[in-house]
Design a protein. Structure first.
Length: 293
């Protein structure tokens, strides 16, 4: 069957693209919602969805300004609004597809936005799997006191226009972090992350929007509410590095009653894109754990 994309209303008049990534009839299998990281888009999850084929009905949304979810040029980046997007997508899948609580999984920003959504409407979720969610404890610093974000600086310098998808693919495959991606993940990023122009192809997500997302990642206060999260939560992390999301991941699990932490020693912060087989199997295992309760 054709993989459909539906339009779902979020806050601020934003229309989100929510993609059906499975070959099954919508609602014929237990639903899973996948939530992407900063700089990515919902269809980056296609490799994971393929590996869940026949077991789950997989959906993924594009946060505003990413993939096919547009945002006004003058919109001020707020992570709470990305949480609104995850909530809108979860409502759609739980209500219109699954007719009940869903399993969800999120990478980096996508994990944080799912937690934001679950704090507001826990009944939508049967369980959440996160890979190094961007949920930081309070720093005590004012935003103006913080040093420039190196990821934001790199993003603003990133090339956004290419003569063809082949040229874009070759460019990203030649340098970190995408040089370590599974080939299926790199392909999904490129094929669905660019729009065709008169002179070639251009990234759908503007580098400035992505950079501002990095710069504001520590501005939301989700950490302060973690102790009240009631949805079963799994947190996966790569080897801990100081000042990196991997160092915070186990602390997030410690904050949430009943949460479980899983350490993966052979991946980086981009583990979901490096080893989609492992993540798909982990999601399936977590879903079975919830079902047996």
């Amino acid at each position: 069957m054709t993989h459909e994309t539906v339009s779902v209303e979020s806050t601020d008049g934003i229309s989100l693209a929510v993609h059906h990534l499975s070959d099954c009839e919508p609602g014929s299998l237990p639903a899973v919602l996948l939530s992407h990281a900063t700089g990515f888009h919902g269809r980056c999850w296609i490799p994971v969805a393929k590996r869940l084929e026949g077991r789950f009905d997989v959906w993924a949304h594009d946060h505003r300004g990413y993939g096919d979810s547009t945002v006004p040029d003058d919109w001020t980046v707020r992570w709470a609004a990305f949480g609104d997007d995850a909530l809108a997508a979860a409502r759609y899948v739980a209500t219109n597809v699954n007719n009940g609580p869903i399993i969800a999984a999120g990478h980096s920003m996508g994990g944080a936005t799912l937690v934001m959504a679950a704090l507001r409407e826990p009944a939508l979720f049967g369980g959440i799997v996160t890979f190094e969610p961007i949920i930081f404890p309070p720093s005590g610093f004012r935003p103006d006191d913080m040093p420039p974000n190196p990821l934001a600086a790199l993003t603003r310098r990133r090339r956004a226009v290419f003569a063809s998808l082949d040229e874009a693919r070759e460019n990203f495959a030649s340098k970190p972090p995408m040089s370590s991606f599974h080939s299926d993940a790199l392909e999904a990023y490129v094929v669905h992350g660019f729009r065709h122009t008169a002179n070639g192809v251009a990234l759908k997500c503007s580098p400035e929007h992505e950079a501002r997302t990095y710069e504001t990642g520590g501005s939301h206060e989700t950490w302060n509410s973690l102790t009240s999260l009631t949805v079963p939560l799994w947190v996966v992390g790569s080897p801990e590095q100081q000042y990196q999301p991997s160092a915070i991941a186990p602390r997030i699990a410690e904050q949430v009653p009943g949460a479980r932490y899983e350490a993966w020693s052979d991946v980086s912060h981009f583990g979901p894109m490096e080893d989609p087989d492992r993540l798909a199997n982990f999601i399936a295992m977590c879903a079975q754990t919830v079902t047996r309760r």
